[in-house]
Design a protein around this ligand. Structure first.
Ligand SMILES: [Zn+2]
Length: 160
């Protein structure tokens, strides 16, 4: 039986399993993401792919409107903006210290968007790295109605 993820819309075999506390997903989606992180964790050359995947996954699983989920989505979108639009080096998140500053953003449809299901977890590291960037760019594009707002937030908070 196939279950569609409530966050990203990816379809996985329905399983019983844990999910994240506030990045609401199907158990199958969360399991696949865990497998992906496992592959990337032991490959130092996939550090950038890992950060992009983390931001993409979080921005695609906005969960319920709790304060924590709301801040998480905002911070990960700010990361994507910084990395993909402003060309900041992919690395340590820049906005971790601004908890509570951001209002809830209603998520877009991820209908045409890449998901963790498109990540070639058994592929070469190069394939994984290319796919992670494509996934991040796809998720960022899905949030296009908020690009202006994210840019404003970035300008407002990055100097502090
Ligand atoms: Zn999902």
């Amino acid at each position: 039986m196939i279950e569609r993820c409530v966050g990203c819309g990816a379809e996985f075999e329905k399983i019983d399993g844990p999910i994240h506390r506030y990045m609401t997903s199907s158990a199958g989606c969360w399991e696949r993401y865990g497998e992906l992180l496992g592959v990337m964790a032991i490959a130092p050359e996939l550090k950038i792919a890992r950060q992009l995947s983390t931001d993409a996954y979080a921005a695609q699983h906005p969960g319920t409107p709790t304060p924590q989920a709301t801040q998480s989505v905002a911070v990960h979108l700010l990361n994507l903006y910084g990395y993909l639009v402003r060309g900041r080096p992919v690395g340590v998140p820049q906005f971790a210290g601004h908890k509570g500053a951001f209002p809830r953003l209603e998520p877009p449809s991820f209908e045409q968007t890449r998901t963790v299901a498109d990540m070639p977890i058994t592929g070469s590291h190069e394939e994984i790295a290319v796919a992670a960037r494509a996934w991040a760019e796809s998720v960022w594009a899905a949030w296009s109605e908020r690009h202006g707002l994210i840019a404003e937030w970035h300008a407002k908070y990055s100097a502090k």
